[in-house]
Design a protein around this ligand. Structure first.
Ligand code: NAD
Length: 270
């Protein structure tokens, strides 16, 4: 780790993503884990963050003191719950620290608060921090623009049996990318599953199919089905580490930036 590594605090450190984020912050060149924060009643408090994730001791203890964490850090990476994100947002604005937000399920009002705070601090928020998914979106745009309305588009996603929503947020963004690139409005053309006498497929529709089972972290395939050929673009997430690596890469990129609301596409230069 070099002397000018970016000092990164993790909020939600004891969670599933928190674990992966601690791991990524400890092993990514250019990053330095400076603090690991979770809720006051969290049983893992006072554990060494490195030992917590099965790595050598890091010298950083899990703590509930968000303000002390921010004082020791340049960027806060937040994967918690919406109320935790908003509390952290207020603290980051006060301390003038950058923020990476991975928490999902925010209300439009909470989102508006985050966008307003981005006038004062640099913020990057994304529903999917996987670098591969960002590249996939770019490939989808290229394929959709090139094929235009000459092919049928179908989106198939597979997730673990505990997932609550369907189709996945990522599948919906994929549908949006294809719809926008071909001048369609997803709301008007989306078909969610098919059953019974559904009739012939209309060319301009975008179909979604969701499979649920086992421990699948997240697979997405977009099919462009034409006459005599078909193109399939697939992304498979095999562990939460891919989201964590994207978020830590984003934290490094965000450090020292001007206040603003940045996207993953900008972070990756796409
Ligand atoms: P989790 O329940 O395993 O962990 C959440 C952690 O946040 C817990 O340790 C909890 O104690 C802590 N927490 C809750 N409220 C808090 C608060 N008010 N202040 C501080 N800490 C608080 O959940 P998870 O699977 O790690 O997911 C966390 C969030 O990240 C969810 O919103 C999930 O949808 C999202 N997520 C985003 C991406 C992405 O790429 N953007 C990927 C995976 C998960």
């Amino acid at each position: 780790m070099s002397a000018n590594s970016v000092k990164i605090a993790i909020n939600g450190a004891a969670g599933r993503m928190g674990r992966a984020l601690i791991n990524a912050a400890l092993v990514t060149p250019g990053a330095k884990l400076s603090a690991a924060v979770d809720r006051p009643n969290c049983p893992e408090l006072e554990m060494d963050a490195g030992s917590f994730v099965g790595l050598p001791a890091s010298g950083v203890e899990l703590s509930a003191d968000l303000n002390a964490a921010l004082a020791a850090s340049e960027v806060l990476v937040d994967f918690t719950r919406p109320e935790g994100t908003i509390t952290a947002l207020t603290a980051c604005v006060k301390a003038k620290k950058a923020m990476v937000i991975g928490t999902t399920g925010l209300t439009p009002e909470q989102r508006a608060k985050i966008e307003a705070a981005a006038k004062e601090i640099p913020i990057c928020m994304a529903a999917n921090f996987s670098i591969g998914v960002s590249v996939t979106m770019k490939l989808l745009e290229l394929a959709a623009k090139t094929f235009g309305n000459t092919v049928d588009v179908e989106i198939v996603e597979t997730h673990h049996r505990h997932k609550l929503d369907s189709p996945s947020g990522t599948a919906l963004v994929m549908g949006e990318v294809v719809a926008q690139a071909t001048g369609r409005n997803l709301k008007d053309v989306a078909i969610y599953g098919r059953e019974g006498q559904v009739g012939a497929r209309a060319r301009n529709t975008i179909g979604f199919s969701a499979i649920r089972g086992g421990d699948v972290v997240g697979d997405h395939t977009v099919m462009f089905l034409g006459e005599g050929e078909r193109l399939e673009i697939t992304h498979k997430a095999t562990s939460r580490l891919n989201f964590a690596q994207g978020a830590i890469r984003t934290a490094i990129w965000l450090s020292g930036r001007k206040p603003g609301f940045y996207s993953m596409q900008e972070v990756l230069g796409l």
